[in-house]
Ligand binder design. Structure first.
Ligand code: KG4
Ligand code: ZN
Length: 340
């Protein structure tokens, strides 16, 4: 029997990206993201400005997603939106827009947890990308998140480790700020690190129990180290930039890999899936590849556009929930902090 055509409109507005995507039975037809350039001059996301930019962007972004998918809004089966976690002012824009559109079109509304979406992005049908089998471990690493999640099924997952302070992307961005690099510094550090010696400088790794992470101490350690060296040699940063970047990146990757190895050992799970903007990092990708040979892991990295904040990942969760008959009440509200 032919599968019924299900079209989901996904909407994401949890932080500083306004995004909309259309999904047809597990396949992405369009995936539009409007980045907010305004934050770069402040060296980080300014919540008030983010909310205002979402209000300006949401209508054109949704229009573009529908146009690129070449479908009319009347053909939509449901609307999936990010309920949380995220910045309240940002979440409210996507939530209220999605509610009104669903009511106007008289179609179901589906609430999506942003962190689950980063993980379930692996289930988007995409040529050349394999989907993990259950159970697997998911590590979500971005400017806002650092988590290790044990995933037993689409909606049966447990956070087994997370950061107690900064996210790993912040560790990259804040280290970059100390070095005078542009925001976001993660990709810049990655590029410079390729020319440097990762063992030129030693930064101490945090001692955190279990599978949790901490990155604020590393940032302070880097700050003190740089201040001390610059006192002796005002040109220290310029003369050693590549080695400093390589050493910082090496330390961060070791912190992530140590916890992943521990999580794999404790759970006996050898399928590892990563997501979030930091999974673009060439060093972490190489370490995961190496771990396949060393530890017998099978690793999964989604297509880059489904890795950073996007609405394709919201739409796939919407689709899975649609199939499960799990819909939201129209009185649902945004939630800045969520747990699953
Ligand atoms: O997922 P994302 O686009 O947005 C959220 O934070 O949710 O992730 C952005 C983060 C930033 O901190 C950025 O510096 C980092 O991902 N990032 C990288 C790389 N590309 C992006 N960090 C290290 N290496 C990269 N190649
Ligand atoms: Zn995210």
């Amino acid at each position: 029997m032919k599968q019924k055509d299900i079209y989901i409109l996904g909407i994401e507005s949890s932080c500083d990206d306004t995004a909309a995507a259309v999904l047809h039975n597990g396949k992405i037809l369009s995936n539009v993201v409007a980045n907010q350039a305004i934050h770069a001059q402040y060296g980080g996301v300014v919540p008030e400005l983010a909310s205002r930019a979402h209000q300006q962007n949401i209508v054109p972004v949704v229009h573009q997603a529908l146009a690129q998918a070449n479908i009319d809004k009347k053909e939509l089966s449901a609307i999936a939106f990010t309920r949380g976690p995220g910045l309240m002012g940002s979440l409210l824009v996507g939530t209220s827009f999605s509610k009104s559109l669903a009511i106007g079109l008289n179609i179901p509304l589906i609430d999506v947890d942003h962190m689950q979406a980063h993980i379930l992005a692996h289930f988007i049908d995409e040529e050349g990308f394999e989907k993990p089998d259950f159970p697997f471990l998911a590590m979500t690493i971005s400017g806002g998140h650092t988590q290790i999640v044990s995933v037993d099924d689409y909606f049966k997952m447990e956070v087994i480790g997370e950061t107690l302070d900064d996210a790993v992307g912040e560790a990259f961005d804040k280290s970059g700020k100390i070095l005078g690099l542009d925001y976001p510094a993660g990709p810049v550090i990655d590029r410079l690190a390729k020319q440097g010696n990762p063992e030129a400088f030693k930064f101490s790794k945090p001692k955190v129990d279990g599978l949790n992470f901490s990155f604020s101490g590393l940032k302070t350690g880097i700050l003190y180290f740089i201040q001390k060296e610059v006192k002796n040699n005002p040109n220290f940063i310029e003369e050693n930039l590549e080695d400093i970047c390589a050493s910082i990146q090496f330390t961060i990757i070791n912190i992530l890999m140590d916890k992943l190895k521990k999580a794999s050992k404790e759970t006996g799970i050898k399928q590892i899936a990563i997501g979030g903007g930091v999974s673009a990092n060439s060093g972490i990708r190489q370490s995961l590849k190496d771990a396949e040979a060393i530890h017998g892991w099978k690793t999964f990295i989604p297509k880059f556009e489904y890795t950073t904040d996007n609405a394709g990942m919201i739409a796939i969760v919407g689709y899975l929930k649609f199939l499960a008959g799990s819909f939201a009440d129209e009185r649902i509200t945004a939630k800045a902090r969520t747990h699953f």
